[in-house]
Design a binder for this molecule. Sequence first.
Ligand code: FAD
Ligand code: N01
Length: 528
Amino acid sequence: MSADAVIVGAGFAGLYALYKLRGLGLETVAIERGEGVGGTWYWNRYPGARCDIESAYYSYSFSDELQDEWDWTEKYATQPEILAYLQHVADRFDLVRDIRFAEEVLSAEYDEASARWRVTTTKARIDCRFVVFATGCLSVPKSPEIPGLADFAGDLLRTHEWPTHVPDLAGRRVGLIGTGSSGIQVAPLLAEQAGHLTVFQRTANFSVPAHNAPLDPVEWARTKGNYRALRERSRWSASGSVPLDIEPVPALSVSEQERTSRYEERWRIGGMKFLQVFGDIYTDRAANDTAADFVRAKIADIVEDPRVARMLMPTDHPIGTKRICTDTDYYRMFNRPDVALVDVRDDPIVRIDVNGVVTDSGPHPLDVLVLATGFDAMTGALLKIDIRGRDGTRLRDHWSEGPVSYLGIAISGFPNLFMITGPGSPSVISNMVTSIEQHVDWIAEHIRFLDTHAVAASEALPDAELEWVAHVRDQAEATLYGEAASWYVGANVPGKPRVFMPYVGGVGTYRARCDEIAAEGYRGFALR
Ligand code: FAD
Ligand code: N01
């Protein structure tokens, strides 16, 4: 079969791309591995899964009607509510008819003579002019490298592929490996349901309370009344969401008392904005230490057993250089008599066997084991697909020393291929829905430009790519991000090249750069 454009993925990015490209009059088909729309919110159905950007902003802004008719119920929406929203979007804009579900894209090969891509899926071959990868930054789960995982005789659950029929946890011994955002969200709910919960922690993470609550109807009406202006501010903000943006004041420019009171105020508000209280948290280690110390003191206050509190205090990375977690009662959970914490740096996991997890100090028998062990982030989904560009160049080779791209959108040697929230764009450092909309709008305008100028193929120039990669690296090097062994640098995947992947210069700055490049007739692209 043939189409003008193939989109891979039907999450926030794929759905909007389908809407937008169809609006250009392109015959467009989307391919999705899952059996429904939603992407992240289709797969991650674990108890406690919810967004950490306020629902009012973690949603599309492209349609005033959609925005007006949808009401969120909580400050941070749950996974079922976000999934219902995305299903509503798919129905409302009649998107489903052009999505092929339960189908995986295996390869994409470019033919220079015809300037067309051949996309091969598990079910079909599709010949198309444009291919848009909306495959997600966090869509390829990563299993832990622990021997014996397959031997475990109990129930093995993964946060990323949480089953619809969950075994009853009541009275059972549950183990959890992984204390990133997913682990920290799911743990308190596991503790409530299980007979006993053992948390296996390798690296302590910083977490701030979400203070989730039902949306206040008066405040929600006020937000909706002013939605267009608020969205416009989000688009030009550093993080892609409002209302509390980064305060420019340096942390050490105010007295200790003032600093503590500002941290207290942000802690009371809760959520990711905690780190936006001073302008230099991400760039100055001494400033960063003040925020990290504040959170460590909070852990000491909340957790009754001082030994457990110490184990929970992160010391190996500046706060914020790994994605900060937001939680509901995570630290408090460790005061329960039926919850245990095992620090697997002190007491390493030796293997998993039929009965449970075996650490240096002995066996931990379990009925259920939950894995929240993260993702092969940002490049995983793209490199799983055999993508071959001009002259048969393989993306896996082009990226053998880490991902390179122009703007995180295009790749030299791969004409008419676009990535949404690719490495080199703000993506995971930002409110992803804002970044997704910006990318899709930009790509659609680019395609419109190609058509109005009778250009068959557009390809990022190698120099523009190199320059952009250097710019992304320089931006990151001006911050503390490099001090953490995070998934932002691929440190969680053995053998993955260590390259800081997201663009940290800010959503608004990035948007201005993209707009400027477009206004200059797509500087940095070869248009043939
Ligand atoms: P995804 O939602 O990941 O969708 C990609 C889709 O592509 C998937 O459905 C996948 O099955 C499909 N796919 C991939 N490869 C193929 C292939 N080869 N063939 C066919 N289909 C394929 N971001 C925020 O900004 N705020 C948040 O609060 C937030 N919370 C999160 C919570 C969780 C639990 C997780 C895991 C991530 C969270 N994120 C958050 C990041 C989140 O991934 C993005 O916000 C957003 O949902 C990404 O949308 P997407 O469409 O780009 O990718
Ligand atoms: O994954 P992670 P995640 N033995 O990589 C541990 C978004 N998100 O799914 O740190 C023992 O953060 C690993 O330990 P270490 C958000 O962007 C958002 O939780 O490598 N432990 C770590 O503790 C987030 O950042 C929300 O030492 C092992 C954990 O597993 C991103 O998704 C919710 C191990 C993995 O943590 C990823 O979060 C969920 C091993 N062999 C996700 N292997 C919101 O709240 C791995 N670990 C909005």
